[in-house]
Design a binder for this molecule. Structure first.
Ligand code: FES
Length: 300
């Protein structure tokens, strides 16, 4: 059987022309890039924030931005492209002022995410991935962003809007298109996609509330509360059969550090009814995540 070739459209223009920023823009970006690169022991480690930097300039990662990153970090454009096309936060097409992402992953989908996306698509007159003619909204479906306890969620420029409905989704995009100040469920008032990209590049976010510590909400703590009510506890370390201390564990880890990982299939899944799968297994459910985890955490 002959495998069919798979072609992936990265929506990049395969041009041989080398694009460069105008001299004034280039000087500004070079100063910003120098500040970012100085934070890392190895310049190439600065690639992710530099991609956010060029995205803050162009609204997406353009061939010019890729060339700029490559020049700054002594990488090839192919290397920069390979990284930029791996992470979904780097856009490959022009993006509106507000990137409205509707989570259609499993839990959000069954809780109404699919309906929200379909409704917004009809309301805005664009398919997922498209941008409204006025350039304000780019609509997208997104994968799980670990806010399932507030499903269905919508993210605007990576900020959460919890427990959404088709109606609240319409109100949200109306407010954005009307130029209103919109504040997400957690965090600071929204700014534009390009401004957000600059913050993600590592420049100071001075908006009120931008640096406030995330506080787990009631839905996030529900599992922990139930576990406590029912007297559930995690087993003590010695009860698990592993009585070794931190030094023993470190030594054990170092002893296999250079050994290859086991081949697929050599690790058996838990047997049905075992302590790992039994529904009444005494496993306490702690806080699942710091609510408001930034998408950058999820991305890279
Ligand atoms: S399924 Fe939507 S945030 Fe997890």
């Amino acid at each position: 059987m002959t495998a069919e070739p798979v072609f992936i459209d990265f929506a990049m223009h395969h041009e041989t022309t080398v694009h460069r920023y105008a001299s004034d823009i280039l000087a500004r970006l070079e100063a910003d890039a120098a500040e970012i690169i100085a934070r890392y022991p190895s310049p190439r480690s600065a690639l992710l924030p530099l991609l956010h930097l060029v995205q803050s300039e162009d609204g997406y990662v353009t061939p010019t931005g890729i060339g700029f990153c490559a020049d700054q970090l002594s990488l090839t454009p192919a290397e920069v492209t390979a990284v930029s096309t791996f992470y979904s936060m780097y856009r490959r097409r022009e993006t509106g002022d507000y990137l409205v992402g509707v989570c259609t992953n499993t839990l959000c989908a069954v809780m109404g995410g699919d309906e929200i996306l379909a409704d917004l698509s009809e309301y805005l007159g664009v398919e997922a991935g498209g941008t409204t003619a006025d350039g304000t909204i780019t609509l997208e479906h997104i994968e799980c962003n670990a806010a399932c306890d507030y499903a269905p969620v919508v993210m605007v420029n990576w900020e959460f809007f919890d427990n959404q409905t088709p109606r609240s989704g319409r109100e949200l995009v109306d407010a954005l298109r009307g130029g209103e100040q919109v504040t997400p469920t957690r965090g600071a008032p929204l700014c534009t996609f390009r401004e957000t990209a600059r913050f993600l590049a590592g420049f100071a976010d001075t908006r009120a509330g931008a640096s406030d510590a995330a506080v787990p909400g009631d839905a996030t703590l529900a599992g922990l509360r139930i576990a406590r009510e029912q007297g559930m506890e995690t087993p003590a370390p010695e009860a698990s059969g592993d009585a070794s201390g931190p030094d023993d564990q470190r030594a054990a880890a170092e002893s296999v550090a250079d050994k290859p990982a086991p081949a697929p299939g050599t690790t058996a899944p838990p047997t049905s009814g075992s302590s790992e799968t039994a529904p009444d297994s005494p496993v306490a459910d702690g806080p699942k995540h710091p609510v408001g985890d930034s998408p950058e955490d999820k991305e890279a």
